[in-house]
Design a binder for this molecule. Sequence first.
Ligand SMILES: Cc1cc2nc3c(=O)[nH]c(=O)nc-3n(C[C@H](O)[C@H](O)[C@H](O)COP(=O)(O)OP(=O)(O)OC[C@H]3O[C@@H](n4cnc5c(N)ncnc54)[C@H](O)[C@@H]3O)c2cc1C
Length: 392
Amino acid sequence: MDFDFSPEQVTFADEVERFLDEHDDPEVFDLTRENMAQIVDTPKRRQFMRQVGERGWLGITWPKEWGGQDSDGVYEYLLNEALARRGGPQIGKGVGIIGKTILRHGSEKLKQEFLPKILRNEVEFAVGYSEPDAGSDAASMKLKATRDGDGWRLNGQKTWTTSAHFAEWYWVGARTDPESKHQGITLFLVPLDHPGITINPIWTMGDERTNDVFFDDVWVSDDYVVGEVNRGFQYISEALDLERFTMFTFSPIQQRLDLLCEYVRTSSVDAAPLKDDAVVRQRVAQLVTQGEVARVLGLRFVAASMKGGAPPTTQASEYKLYATELSKRLANASMDIAGPGSQLRVGTEDAPMKGRAESTYRYTVIDTIGGGTSEVQKNIISRRKLGLPKNF
Ligand SMILES: Cc1cc2nc3c(=O)[nH]c(=O)nc-3n(C[C@H](O)[C@H](O)[C@H](O)COP(=O)(O)OP(=O)(O)OC[C@H]3O[C@@H](n4cnc5c(N)ncnc54)[C@H](O)[C@@H]3O)c2cc1C
């Protein structure tokens, strides 16, 4: 099996690096923001993403008839990993999740309205599945949609909606059939500036903002139903598979592994070089090996998704579970190995590993929750891959 990239892919990766060098800007690239925090939330980041769009690099895998390049997912992977390596915003939600789902299931109207805007990065989305009583079990969502004329009236609450405070559109699931669980959910697109919507902040331990969102008699036309009524949970499940891969990149893990190795190579504790400590050496060697496993699981998802059809569920869960748990183990090890100094924050002069240990120690926990917890990924793998019975 050949894990190397082809000459064309290497040329593309080099081109991306040159582009990123030319657009280097500390207000766009921030290495303290990883994965779920790598969002397009400021005017500068929006402007930068528009330039990525002008290069034709958004929608690389989309069909040509919708402005894409009909190209392999590996190019999208290379672009996203390069962006993540510099702490830049990722192509995540618009192109990777909402755009791809609209392409597969959306009406002609939704395609016409949203796909060109996504490719020009003129629109940001928030994703609303979770509710106070429906997180891991998202199919228990209660946000109520009742039939009203040529549309639906939405009432209720969502929680943990990242991006709702700056996005224009809400990709939101609601209950259209109270008699059915999985077959009673419909997916809507709702403008977030609707007067019936209230957005309240929730601040996370990773310094990023997410939100509670309240719906008070929000009317949505049938035109903004995604796909078929009551089939929303199927689309949400597919979109979650995409999210589990596109929102959780590997390159920041590799970077932090390199920082840890360099720290161990060059630092001492009580005049004893860390590189001579057998326990530290063993721990670092294990992490580096696990890093290779995560990298290859990511490539396996890319290869499986290039076969077309629905995104590969098991591979998405295996990658998300392994990469985010490794990321957390790495943050823990970095804190342990660097000792008290590891608590110094990013921006502090001489902080071990540039202060990344402290920030990632707090943030990597969140990555094992958002997009479905590690336990949920294990349940998916148990059922879909191993054929074990459902546990709830
Ligand atoms: C920073 C952040 C951003 C987020 N952004 C978004 C967003 O933009 N949009 C959105 O819709 N959601 C978002 N989420 C929500 C996220 O998807 C949920 O938090 C997650 O799915 C878990 O749901 P919950 O918090 O209700 O926990 P629960 O489902 O209540 O789970 C609590 C614990 O029980 C475990 N558990 C639950 N069920 C099982 C089971 N069957 N088997 C074994 N263990 C189980 C879980 O693993 C967890 O450890 C975000 C969350 C965070 C933390």
